[in-house]
Design a protein around this ligand. Structure first.
Ligand code: OFO
Length: 176
């Protein structure tokens, strides 16, 4: 594995772990304002992000690279509302993570590393889902505003989310 790719993958592992840390912080905030269903949704999101990181870690190891874990930046801790939390989550996915994944694809193409490019396609597709999940919830919360009964209804819906490990091809993540 080329050094430039190994470094970029290590940066992405850090970014996925940061995502987990950020969503854990959002979970704690939602818990503190008595929205346990939304907190549960974020808790599952944390597990998703850890699975994304694990997939990348296994790919680096498989290709003979070395994973070097770095410090994880401290996340934001306070928000004004649940809607603001999901607005931040959507911005994080669409403006930060998707951009980073696309840059990795650009690097794979530049370095003519076809295996890396193929591996990344799962992450490209996953980002479409990540953006859709957060933007759908954000639109819903914007519509609801301060209407408590509707907010409680959405909270109850989100309490049912359970973690199912994503199946990342080429890794044991989500595998039997
Ligand atoms: Fe790993 O997709 Fe969200 O951040």
């Amino acid at each position: 594995m080329k050094a430039s790719i190994e470094k970029a993958l290590n940066d992405q592992i850090n970014a996925e772990l940061y995502s987990a840390y950020l969503y854990k912080s959002m979970e704690m905030y939602l818990h503190s304002i008595d929205l346990p269903g939304m907190a549960n949704w974020m808790k599952v999101q944390v597990q998703e992000e850890l699975a994304h990181a694990e997939g990348l870690i296994q790919f680096v190891n498989l290709r003979g690279g070395r994973v070097m874990l770095a410090a994880i930046e401290g996340p934001k801790k306070e928000w004004k509302s649940a809607a603001e939390v999901f607005a931040d989550a959507y911005d994080h996915e669409s403006k930060v993570v998707t951009v980073k994944i696309h840059k990795l694809v650009d690097l794979a193409i530049k370095e003519k590393d076809h295996a890396f490019n193929q591996f990344l396609q799962w992450y490209v597709a996953e980002q479409v889902e990540e953006e859709d999940n957060t933007s759908t919830l954000l639109r819903k919360l914007k519509k609801i505003g301060d209407h408590m009964p509707s907010l409680m209804q959405v909270d109850a819906q989100l309490a049912t989310r359970v973690f199912t490990a994503p199946v990342i091809p080429g890794t044991t993540v989500g595998g039997p």
